[in-house]
Design a binder for this molecule. Structure first.
Ligand SMILES: [Zn+2]
Length: 456
């Protein structure tokens, strides 16, 4: 019998067949959780990269040891065991623009302007460097799948789209990369342009994503559904990333998704305006979202940073934010809306931090949205929830036959895990630890990146 330290400290390959005893698994990740608990002491047998069996741990560890002397067993001593993470909403095309000279903007539309003005500088080499940095980071933290949006700045698909498609192939097996276009809905007015866009997205097996901003021409929204139906694509909207209820557009998306019976294939991200609506109208809008079966993605990092940022117009003054940019996740959950938390931007003009670590996102959300027992009760928002709304092959539930793509954290409950998210974690993929060479990339690789490209 080996202890938890053995699996953490051993650099050697794990055997093809082994058992994790006394793992603390949140009920959301079990097929048949014991009804009165939100987590279960579990024994998971791994064989050849898959879960061979999963059952409640025996009450007497000593007896188990005597009965299974020939097995290779690690006693996890109540350490937390969850499936590998899934990140439903990122912008890898823009990641790390701060490292090469851009500045944080503190306002959504200033950030959009700053990035647009920078597109012309983006080269294939620079995009590869920035996106690979992000993929490596996410993989080391324990993500198995990521959805990234890609700003749509050219009719036949931007350079970043082509780079992302190549990287999707190169990273298959480590990160499953889902690619989603991001175009403003006024571009739907140009039939040829938007049809080409949808065709390019369909050819790239992507998802059709649109940005619905305040005062957007929502009369064009039905064309987004037309294109999705015609090209058999899922839809993913950036909608209501602000706190001004009269400008809200989520209701328009919801109405169309309901009419077209397209809600199960529709995701709405941000939806911050719900945080600042009167309770009655907020609740009836959430009722409609639930009825349409739309999934919602909450982005705590960027929306805590950008919303109600307290800057005066000339950016000379500051106040502490009073309003928060999170949509009401408890009320959404109470209606059984499919929910997920995502990273959104990282180290770009929209948000000057972030490291594509879903557990860090859950930790932030647990404070910002007051989630009780975030690991036991909300772990699905960074594992099975996003897996379902991205329509991944594996939903992240631990069951016989599922891949052994797992995270072990030394913490035995939410308090211990959330207090120490960055430490005490190991990632298992196909039942093996990541290779020793898998470490977080160094920011210094961005030094002179753009200068070197321009000089070349
Ligand atoms: Zn976004």
């Amino acid at each position: 019998m080996n202890s938890i330290n053995d699996i953490f400290q051993s650099a050697a390959l794990l055997p093809a067949r082994y058992t994790l005893l006394n793992a603390h698994v949140p009920a959301a990740l079990l097929d048949c959780p014991a009804s009165d608990t939100y987590s279960t002491k579990t024994t998971v047998r791994i064989a050849n990269g898959f879960i061979e069996s999963i059952e409640e741990s025996p009450s007497n560890t000593q007896n188990y040891r005597n009965e299974h002397v020939k097995e290779f067993v690690f006693d996890l001593q109540d350490a937390t065991l969850v499936s590998a993470f899934v990140d439903p909403h990122t912008h890898l095309d823009k990641g790390d623009l701060l490292s090469i000279g851009l500045h944080p903007e503190q306002d959504l539309f200033d950030a959009i302007k700053s990035v647009r003005a920078d597109y012309a500088q983006w080269t294939e080499n620079e995009l590869r460097t920035r996106i690979e940095f992000a993929l490596q980071t996410a993989w080391v933290h324990g993500s198995r799948a990521i959805n990234t949006f890609c700003d749509w700045a050219a009719p036949g698909g931007p350079l970043a789209w082509h780079v992302l498609k190549e990287l999707r192939q190169e990273w298959a097996g480590r990160i499953e990369l889902v690619l989603t276009s991001l175009a403003r809905i006024d571009q739907l007015a140009d039939h040829q342009y938007s049809t080409n866009l949808a065709q390019t997205v369909a050819d790239g097996q992507g998802v059709l994503g649109w940005f619905i901003y305040p005062e957007a021409p929502v009369n064009l929204l039905s064309k987004a559904f037309d294109l999705a139906e015609r090209f058999d694509l899922r839809l993913d909207f950036h909608v209501d990333e602000h706190l001004d209820p009269p400008q809200g557009n989520l209701g328009h998306v919801t109405k169309l998704a309901q009419e077209r019976d397209y809600g199960k294939r529709t995701v709405c991200g941000h939806c911050c305006v719900l945080a600042n609506m009167q309770a009655d109208s907020r609740d009836s809008l959430l009722d409609a979202v639930a009825k349409a079966q739309i999934s919602m993605v909450c982005l705590p990092f960027t929306n805590l940073y950008l919303q109600d940022n307290g800057l005066t117009k000339d950016k000379s003054g500051r106040k502490t934010p009073r309003l928060r940019g999170l949509f009401p996740v408890h009320e959404a959950r109470a209606r059984a809306i499919q929910l997920a938390f995502g990273s959104d931007n990282h180290r770009d003009p929209f948000f000057p931090a972030g490291d594509l670590d879903p557990l860090q996102t859950l930790s932030l959300a647990s404070l910002a949205a007051q989630l009780d027992n975030p690991v036991e009760e909300w772990i699905d928002t960074i594992t099975s929830g996003p897996a379902r709304l991205l329509n991944l092959k594996w939903d992240g539930v631990l069951r016989r036959g599922a891949p052994a793509d797992l995270i072990i954290h030394r913490g035995r409950n939410s308090a211990e895990v959330i207090s120490r998210v960055a430490h005490g974690r190991i990632v298992l993929r196909d039942g093996q630890r990541l290779p020793e060479s898998a470490c977080l990339p160094d920011f210094r690789q961005f030094d002179n990146l753009r200068a070197d490209i321009n000089a070349a």
